[in-house]
Design a protein around this ligand. Structure first.
Ligand code: P53
Length: 488
């Protein structure tokens, strides 16, 4: 009973939010290095320079018009540049993870650390050596690295020169990156994921495209991205058949607001657009009919070349990795839509409480997600992100009492356990997000913290970077030591 003996308990991070060292060791600039901090009320921005030399800051999800150049404004604060400095603290941090008993550690590699421009003929040895040190250290502690190849960043040169994923060539640049790292780390890393939250990639910083809201451009870039992912999977399997290579999708759960069939139809449409399409392609190896029909309606004709269908077919994944933070309510009534105020025409869920950042907290939703995914695809699952972003207070004596975080995680682990014990879902691991404090992807804030380990850094980038254990550290250590039996 309970969790399997070799269950991968651990934690998750991403380079663009944690690694720092943005110019160290020969790393090239990444698109994420151009994103400023924001706040709960203000969006993160990027500064662009227009053809006439005029500079302006735009919301990072806004279209960068073609002809404009994205630049770094020295007056502004760019959180990725140092982040919480894994680059210089990895020994201390991995030791702390080991102390908690981690069996797995999810991290991402920075593509531009390996290929500074993205299209270089040879990789940057110093970058490769950096990750060797990380994986060796994990190995010494018996921690399995779970590596995301690309998490919300792109070598900026690929964006500037090729418009990133809009250009087919980027597929081969990515495939080459995969080949180099799979080959180099074939005996050190077994678990991989290609793109983080592939269903969220839409803008300049993730796809590298200008005029990103142009449906033809957007769909073509996403098509290339999916081909790149599939190629990567096939390359990995050829290099080491033991590799387990997964997809990674942001799995927000949807509920219809009422039993009005219209709500459910709307929900089906939104789920397909936001999630199902990405699961279907990466698990089944082809575009689903509903997507082909949508493209037809939108007058988007994908540019394909012979052999593409085979690439998608041969690059299906070994497991499903997903993030789960919250659920949302789909409504077709205009009033409810406004009350919920977000991108999914969402209404407020009266049955759930929300985090300080307004994210509804829905542990039972995790059990539903696990079951639905397993029923649909029959692939092993890994919860590679989950957690509570909250403001932590450091007491006089340096202690941090984050019982709210323990409460959130305990409830989610309890539901996860039901999915395994009662429902028989095949679950490989659980790596809660931001196991050590890092920069928020959504807002760029530091005060939105997820960690078991606190890092002394504020929203302006000031702080000693000192690491401190929160109360949740010891709690999680016991959870792991008891293989999920002791949750109190
Ligand atoms: P932050 C939005 C909604 C769900 C997941 O998010 C998301 C986002 C993007 O903000 O992203 C994932 O930091 C992502 C991580 C991110 C984490 O969720 O906004 O994979 O990079 O940090 C939490 O609180």
């Amino acid at each position: 009973m309970g969790f399997p003996k070799d269950f991968l308990w651990g934690g998750a991070t991403a380079a663009n939010q944690y690694e720092g060292g943005y110019l160290s060791g020969g790393k090239g600039l990444a698109t994420s290095d151009f994103i400023t901090a924001g706040s709960m009320t203000e969006p993160r921005m990027i500064v662009i320079e227009l053809e006439n030399g005029e500079r302006k800051a735009i919301n990072r999800f806004e279209d960068v018009p073609s002809g404009a150049r994205v630049v770094i404004d020295e007056q502004l604060y760019y959180p990725s540049h140092t982040a919480t400095d894994f680059y210089n603290h990895y020994e201390e941090d991995i030791k702390l993870f080991a102390e908690m008993g981690f069996k797995g550690f999810r991290m991402s590699m920075t593509w531009s650390r390996i290929f500074p421009n993205g299209d270089d003929a040879t990789p940057n040895e110093e970058g490769l050596a950096f990750y060797d040190k990380i994986f060796d250290l994990c190995g010494a502690y018996g921690i399995e690295p779970i590596v995301t190849l690309n998490h919300f960043d792109l070598p900026n040169h690929l964006a500037v020169t090729y418009q990133g994923w809009l250009d087919r060539k980027t597929i081969d640049f990515f495939a080459n990156y995969c080949k180099v790292v799979f080959d180099r780390y074939k005996d050190k890393v077994k678990y991989w994921m290609t793109f983080n939250e592939i269903n969220f990639l839409r803008d300049y910083s993730t796809l590298g495209i200008t005029d990103a809201s142009d449906l033809t451009k957007q769909n073509q870039a996403i098509y290339h991205l999916l081909l790149g992912s599939a190629k990567g999977v096939a390359i990995g399997h050829a290099i080491n058949p033991e590799f387990k290579i997964g997809l990674m999708i942001a799995n927000i759960l949807f509920y219809p607001e009422t039993c009005n069939p219209n709500d459910s139809i709307r929900m089906m449409e939104l789920e397909r657009g936001f999630k199902d399409f990405y699961y279907d392609v990466q698990c089944r190896g082809a575009y689903p009919n509903y997507k082909l029909k949508e493209l037809e309606r939108d007058h988007v004709e994908l540019k394909k070349v012979p052999g593409d269908d085979e690439i998608l077919k041969n690059g299906t994944v070994d497991f499903i990795g997903f993030s789960y933070y919250n659920s949302t309510v789909v409504s077709t009534s205009a009033e409810s839509e406004q009350a919920g105020g977000n991108q999914f025409g969402a209404a407020k869920n009266p049955y759930l409480e929300a985090s300080e950042w307004g994210w509804p907290i829905d542990p039972s939703g995790l059990r539903l997600v696990l079951n639905r995914l397993y029923d649909k695809y029959q692939l092993p699952l890994m919860i590679v992100e989950n957690g509570l972003g909250a403001i932590d207070k450091v007491e006089e004596d340096g202690s941090i009492h984050d019982d709210y975080r323990i409460d959130y995680l305990r409830k989610h682990i309890t539901e996860m356990k039901k999915a395994v014990e009662i429902d028989g879902v095949e679950l490989w691991g659980y790596t809660p997000w931001g196991c050590i404090d890092l920069i928020s992807a959504g807002t760029g804030e530091m005060k939105k913290r997820y960690g078991f380990i606190h890092v002394d850094l504020d929203d302006e980038g000031k702080g000693t970077l000192k690491r401190r254990k929160k109360d949740s550290f010891e709690w999680y250590r016991k959870v792991i030591a008891s293989n999920g039996e002791e949750l109190s």
